[in-house]
Design a protein around this ligand. Sequence first.
Ligand code: ZN
Length: 145
Amino acid sequence: MSAPSTLVACPACNGLNRVPDARLADAPNCGRCGAALFTGHPLALDDAGFHAHVDRAGLPVLVDFWAPWCGPCRMMAPHFEAAAAQLEPVVRLAKVDTEAQPALGSRFGIRSIPTLALFRDGREVARQAGALGAADIVRWTRQFL
Ligand code: ZN
C-alpha cells in the first residue's frame, strides 16, 4: 500500500516530482535541480511552464491572466501574491502575461483581464473576471477545492 501522493512541477526546471501528500507542506525540493517546489509566490508561466504545471502536474492551479498595461491587473498583483502564501501547497498560483503569451490567452478565450481561472488535472473548473482582494481570491478558490 502506498501513501497518497501528488505530482508537483518544479518552478525552476518544470521537472515533475511525485511528493507524498503528507510531505507537501514540508518545503519539498525538486529531485532534478534541487530548487524549492513551493516558493510562496505566484509563478510566471510561459507555454512550457503552463504545460508542466497545469496540463501535467496534479495540483490545482489558480491562474491570473493579466497584462502589464492593465491598471486593475497591477492593482490585484499584491493581493494575488498574498493569496499565494495562503493557498500553497494545496493550490499552485501562477500568472500568465497575455501580451507575452498570446497563445495561452487565446487557447482559453480570455476576453477581459484580469481573469482568474482555476484548473484541475489540466481542465478549467471555474473562472472569474475582474480584480479581487486577497481574502476574496482565497475564498473564491477554496469553494472549488
Ligand atoms: Zn527542478
